[in-house]
Design a protein around this ligand. Structure first.
Ligand SMILES: [Zn+2]
Ligand SMILES: [Zn+2]
Length: 312
């Protein structure tokens, strides 16, 4: 049965003819490392895995892991789908591609189709995902899909600790060129990660930005609350009250003073304005607009006119 079609992919139910592909995929070092050794060592094992795994789940709950194939020739490249485990209350998203098909956006494309199928056809609300804590590639993909880290879980006392991510019923949809950014203050105490839309990067010329940076202007990019995660350290905050009475929190490192973000001084601020200079990916975050130009320092608007030297 076909489940979904995207620009480049088709997702369908697995069948016994996929055993050769399953044997390959389940013995990839990346599968063994991040998902685990399923003991599938022969074609017969692979047939049994398909029957007792995906096919059994289709008949038990109506969904499962799907075969992901390239259009138009039907070449199998991986699996992606939804799983209902006895050990978890929520349905979880699973995905794995053969490594030679990584880095082409296929996993994002397949997972987006599965999430949309889960919501529209199956009527699922919350969906979770379970990851090995060192699976950075997949955690970035999940953040891009609107998931966020929720807690560490352990299915059995002797098992490895895993990270549980969750996507709310209606996540904010990120554009396809959204970016995962990693931030750090100068001394390294405060670190964080976020998913941002580079097209929203702006350069602010307001006098607050001039004073709080000790410079001529500031470049920032917003991150939605659910796409911002503090990894280490707790920034200190300074509250600034505007003429209008609106309050804004400015967060900075207590040790080195690096500005980290600003947000509204309300209970559950929806966005964090990240300071681009502290993001590892800052070279790729050129501002798309200049704001508060009425307080801009005139000399700072055309710095290419100032003679330049490589070092001081
Ligand atoms: Zn610091
Ligand atoms: Zn400003």
């Amino acid at each position: 049965m076909d489940i979904a079609e995207t620009a480049r992919l088709r997702l369908r139910w697995f069948n016994a003819d996929d055993s050769e592909f399953i044997l390959d995929l389940l013995n990839e070092p990346s599968w063994i490392r991040f998902i685990g050794d399923k003991g599938v060592k022969t074609l017969d094992d692979a047939r049994r895995y398909i029957q007792d795994g995906p096919i059994a789940m289709y008949s038990r709950v109506g969904f499962g892991l799907y075969a992901v194939e390239l259009k138009p020739d039907g070449q199998l490249i991986g699996m992606c789908g939804l799983i209902k485990r006895d050990t978890l209350e929520d349905v979880d998203l699973g995905f794995a591609l053969l490594p030679k098909f990584w880095r082409s956006g296929y996993a994002f494309e397949a997972a987006t189709a599965v999430m949309s199928y889960g919501r529209k056809v199956l009527g699922l609300g919350r969906v979770v995902a379970i990851l090995s804590p060192d699976n950075d590639r997949s955690s970035k993909l999940l953040e891009k899909l609107g998931f966020r880290f929720e807690r560490a879980v352990r299915f059995q006392p002797t098992h490895e600790e895993l990270h549980l991510y969750a996507a709310a019923a209606r996540p904010r949809v990120m554009p396809e060129d959204s970016m995962t950014v990693e931030g750090s203050c100068h001394c390294g105490k405060v670190t964080y990660r976020a998913e941002i839309d580079p097209a929203k990067t702006s350069l602010c010329n307001c006098t607050d930005c001039q004073m709080l940076t000790g410079s001529a202007f500031r470049v920032s990019v917003p991150a939605a609350k659910e796409h911002f995660r503090l990894i280490s350290g707790q920034p200190r905050t300074y509250i600034k009250t505007a003429d209008s009475g609106a309050q804004r929190i400015h967060a900075f490192c207590t040790d080195c003073g690096t500005p980290i973000y600003a947000c509204a001084n309300i209970d559950d601020p929806p966005t964090y304005s990240l300071r681009v200079g502290c993001l590892k990916q800052r070279a790729r975050l050129a501002p798309k607009k200049r704001i508060w130009c009425k307080s801009a320092l005139e000399w700072a608007q055309n710095i290419s006119a100032i003679p330049a030297v490589d070092e001081q």
